[in-house]
Design a protein around this ligand. Structure first.
Ligand code: C2E
Ligand code: CA
Ligand code: CA
Length: 532
């Protein structure tokens, strides 16, 4: 429509005014004029028939007053831009208030000429109104799809993507939807199981939705990102009926964070259940000591045994310390365990066996420990030179002052003190200067790889420790000696003692000591420190 049939003045156009007026009056369309100032200036009777307002009423207020609030902006914008004379008349649709309080959709075709708007308006039919509503629904739906955090995509009946929302593109690590549209998920992000096996298209749940017509939900699966990394996802899919067959809609979600949370909760629960088991075992005295020999590299003789704590389960099985000691340490139960271990160890020492016991950081920083040790030594009539305490550097840092006093006190009694896992911490050498330690236990880390790649460095580390220990009058122990060739190397490097599976695995102390003569060797561990 390029021009309007509403003619402002019959006189100007040279026609008979009454014919135009009659046309105007009888038109079923709503005709009229409006000023640029925003008022209707002339309206035909069709307005009253459509909206219920008289022409006078409609002309008495700015026309915007009758426009639905949601359409005001669009209407004002339209009016502001105007339509140049002779230009194509532009349609506008908006809702007008009726006299009975409702609204009607009106479709306008108008032009602005010499400061006057001329328009033909028509109430939009029900079908048209429905079309407008459905366009609106579609735009709401599009806004939802674009703004949700979950990935959403639609496939056609061949399984190729026809739509994917921005969140889906992002989750799959692509820059734009175009990279994914037109292809099936198996060509792009669902070709592989998380273990690396390829995913058969036919046994894929995503395919089955289209073939079976049934919706599915998968709690956990993996999609591949563009860069080849996997992302853990859960997804739901439902079939949709399309013009040419059955397609599907798929909603998927990154569950990485959710899985991390679940794992943390599971670990916490596990730890809590271990806390209960550790406490029960303490109450029921269900700990046993395992002993592992520490032998002289030169003679092969056992100089003493390290005692390691194992838990006995209610059913009678034994549990290695690695399974429960970290929990005991984290939940304040290690002091009690260390005391229990020391008490049991003193029974062996009282019978004349040489023992080494471990003390954790918490135990070492407890001021009452030394009194407890003294009491146990006395109660079991133990010769203190038979006892070595193994402490780690971490334990020393924990509460330096208290730890130092403990070490000085037990050394004064002539017990031995071994610095455990030596070389793994930062300040190892610092402690050597300040503490009257009698023995350095070189950590397995340096010993086990003496024949491997890092062997040169490890040999240098061991050499340095041996030299240092000799200067300080301390003995060295290589931990984790598993082979004869390792033993040969540490012998060449001048290490004094060795411990490891090559000689014996830890075994129940009762059995070990039953087969051992008490006071295996008269020298070494607890020998008095030099000087006063
Ligand atoms: P640790 O003090 O360094 O004890 C040596 C660990 O190395 C033991 O592990 C022992 O079984 C293992 N081991 C010995 N020889 C070899 C070998 O040739 N190869 C390898 N791969 N490993 C070897 P275990 O018995 O599992 O004890 C683990 C840790 O638990 C101990 O490390 C110690 O820190 C702690 N622990 C054990 N008993 C007690 C205790 O009564 N109190 C405290 N506070 N800690 C203890
Ligand atoms: Ca140890
Ligand atoms: Ca160790």
């Amino acid at each position: 429509m390029t021009s309007l049939s509403v003619v402002p003045s019959g006189d100007q156009q040279g026609r008979r005014p009454d014919a135009v007026d009659r046309l105007f009056d009888f038109s079923l369309d709503m005709l009229g004029t409006a000023s640029e100032a925003g008022f209707f200036t002339r309206l035909n009777p069709a307005w009253e028939r459509t909206l219920g307002w008289t022409a006078e009423e409609l002309m008495s207020k700015p026309y915007i007053f009758f426009v639905h609030p949601d359409d005001v902006d669009a209407t004002l914008e339209f009016a502001a831009h105007g339509v140049e004379a002779g230009a194509t008349a532009v349609p506008l649709e908006n809702r007008y208030r009726t006299r009975d309080g409702g609204y009607r959709w009106i479709r306008w075709v108008s032009v602005l000429e010499a400061g006057v708007w001329y328009f033909v308006a028509r109430a939009v039919t029900a079908a048209k109104a429905a079309q407008i509503d459905s366009d609106q629904d579609a735009s709401v739906l599009r806004a939802i799809l674009e703004s949700v955090a979950d990935g959403l995509y639609v496939t056609d009946c061949a399984g190729a993507l026809t739509f994917i929302n921005p969140a889906g593109v992002r989750l799959l690590g692509y820059e734009s939807a175009d990279e994914l549209l037109g292809q099936g998920p198996h060509a792009t992000f669902h070709h592989m199981h998380r273990e690396g096996a390829t995913y058969g298209v036919d046994d894929c749940p995503l395919t089955m939705v289209r073939t079976s017509g049934h919706p599915i939900h998968v709690d956990e699966d993996g999609f591949c990102r563009k860069d080849g990394t996997a992302v853990a996802v859960s997804y739901s899919s439902a079939p949709v009926t399309l013009r040419d067959g059955r397609g599907s809609v798929v909603a998927f979600r990154d569950i990485t964070e959710q899985k991390r949370r679940e794992l943390r909760t599971r670990r916490e629960l596990e730890a809590l259940s271990w806390v209960g088991r550790i406490r029960d075992a303490l109450e029921e005295h269900r700990y046993v000591l395992y002993a592992q020999p520490i032998v002289s590299v030169a003679t092969g003789e056992t100089i003493h045994h390290e005692l390691l704590v194992w838990m006995v389960s209610p059913a009678g099985g034994v549990i290695a310390p690695g399974a429960f000691l970290p929990v005991a340490e984290a939940h304040g139960l290690i002091q009690e365990i260390d005391r229990e271990v020391f008490k049991m160890a003193m029974v062996y020492a009282g019978a004349g066996h040489r023992v080494a016991v471990n003390l954790s950081a918490d135990s070492l920083s407890e001021p009452g420990l030394f009194r407890y040790v003294e009491t146990q030594l006395v109660a079991n009539a133990v010769d203190p030179t038979l006892v070595v305490f193994e402490v780690t550097e971490t334990a020393l840092i924990h509460n330096e002052g208290v730890a130092q006093v403990f070490i000085e006190n037990v050394r004064r009694l002539a017990c031995g003190v071994a610095l455990d896992d030596f070389g793994t911490g930062y300040g190892s050498f610092r402690y050597l200067k300040h503490l009257p330690v009698s023995m350095l236990k070189i950590d397995q880390e340096f010993v086990q790889d003496l024949e491997g790649e890092a062997s040169q460095i490890n040999r240098h580390v061991i050499e340095a420790i041996v030299t240092l220990a000799r200067d300080m009058g301390q003995k060295t122990v290589a931990e984790g000696v598993e082979t004869e060739s390792t033993l040969q190397i540490i012998r060449e490097l001048g290490v004094d003692y060795a411990q490891g599976y090559h000689f014996a695995r830890p075994a129940p102390a009762d059995d070990v000591y039953a087969a051992t003569k008490p006071r295996e060797r008269p020298d070494a561990p607890g020998s008095r420190p030099e000087g006063p």
